[in-house]
Design a protein around this ligand. Structure first.
Ligand code: SF4
Length: 386
């Protein structure tokens, strides 16, 4: 596990943006002098630093990043595409990952020991990934052993998880999945065993099981890591095909069935296009469901004049609306819905990281411990081979 396990008391808690938690990789403040966001030279500084780094650096930008960051990305993509890009890149000395912590960990696992992965702001984590800790998952597996089903269960872990959970998955013969290949991964798992332990996003697991694999809601049970035996009876566990971890995305979980019904009334002919991390009732009521990459392609390939209500992160929806003025593109929620942790990476952090590298200082390196990387790599490579 790259983040050392430790107990946290109330006195340990830091105010957001102040201080630094030395026992964690996820510090909450920048370790150096950040340029002012109002610096009129910020863009020229970014261009100069990027040019000075040249082929020594590869800048990866997740689709949910701000426009000001995406502008400097060599490759943009969802977590799957960026994992592939990191794995394919053997020349760049630095991989500057404009995304969140778990993505940078995966990039570190998939690249060579000579390459360094940089996360411009260490506070860019993921609330979903934090919903499954190594201790909780280990306890869950012990419980499954006690019920006598562990040897028939294959873990399938969403990319949005810590390296420690990916390592658990590799060690127990499972695979990683993304929203692009969840169906394939779950089919593979069911060809190897009788049950799936799906971590940590209950919605992606449930939506894929029911809408893509033809299983029923009754085939799925929800494992609550805060309750003994996940809050389930041994019979419920034995009867389930899919054991869903009780985690969710705090961004996609906000979209509601009411918003779907409302937008259909407000926008004639609108098609509802959502990410599979949305709640099951939202996904079931949508016209098209797909990964971030699939959402982009669907809009790109749709005819002029078509109308779309999109349920995913707002930076991406705004960019799609700007890029397709001939189509009506609306956001499927009344309130602003950015991923706050993705948004931690801004141009000042990117400039600071790049200028530090130009000066020969490696900052905010994400480094996964070799014993964790070993099995995580196995699970990630299993995914890339599917
Ligand atoms: S959008 Fe959701 S799953 Fe993605 S990084 Fe943000 S909180 Fe995590």
């Amino acid at each position: 596990m790259s983040t050392p396990a430790r107990s946290t008391s109330l006195t340990d808690l830091l105010l957001l943006g102040q201080g630094r938690d030395l026992a964690s990789e996820r510090g909450v403040s920048c370790t150096g002098e950040l340029p002012e966001a109002s610096d009129p030279d910020l863009i020229s500084r970014a261009r100069a630093a990027r040019a000075a780094l040249g082929d020594r650096a590869l800048v990866l930008g997740h689709h949910y990043q701000r426009d000001e960051v995406i502008e400097f990305a060599d490759v943009t993509g969802d977590s799957f595409k960026l994992a592939q890009a990191a794995a394919a890149q053997s020349n760049a000395e630095y991989i500057i990952f404009c995304g969140v912590h778990f993505m940078a960990e995966s990039a570190d696992i998939l690249t060579s020991n000579k390459q360094k992965v940089i996360l411009p702001d260490l506070a860019a984590g993921c609330s979903m990934a934090d919903m499954a800790t190594a201790n909780q998952v280990t306890q869950c597996w012990k419980d499954l052993e006690e019920v006598g089903v562990a040897d028939k269960t294959i873990p399938v872990t969403y990319m949005n998880s810590s390296a420690a959970i990916k390592s658990f998955t590799g060690e127990h013969g499972g695979t990683i999945c993304t929203s692009s290949n969840a169906k394939k991964s779950m089919e593979w798992a069911l060809s190897k065993g009788e049950k799936i332990l799906f971590l940590p996003d209950q919605h992606l697991g449930r939506n894929t099981a029911v809408l893509s694999l033809g299983l029923t809601l009754d085939d799925c049970v929800l494992w609550n890591p805060w309750k003994p035996m996940g809050g389930l009876t041994p019979e419920e566990i034995r009867g389930a095909k899919v054991i869903l971890w009780r985690g969710h995305c705090s961004v996609h979980g906000r979209f509601t069935l009411e918003s779907v019904n409302e937008v259909r009334k407000q926008v004639p002919g609108v098609k509802v296009l959502v990410h599979p991390e949305c709640q099951h009732e939202v996904v079931a009521a949508a016209d098209v469901v797909g990964s971030t990459e699939m959402i982009i392609k669907t809009v790109e390939q749709s005819p002029a004049g078509s109308a779309w209500a999109i349920g995913t992160e707002l930076n991406l929806v705004s960019r799609l609306a700007k890029a397709h003025p001939d189509k009506k593109i609306v956001f499927l929620d009344k309130t602003v819905c950015y991923c706050s942790t993705m948004n931690r990476i801004d141009l000042p952090h990117l400039v600071w990281a790049m200028e530090s590298l130009v000066d020969g200082h490696v900052v905010n390196q994400i480094s996964v411990a070799p014993e964790v990387a070993k099995y995580s790599k196995l699970a990630l490579e299993q995914m890339l081979a599917l």
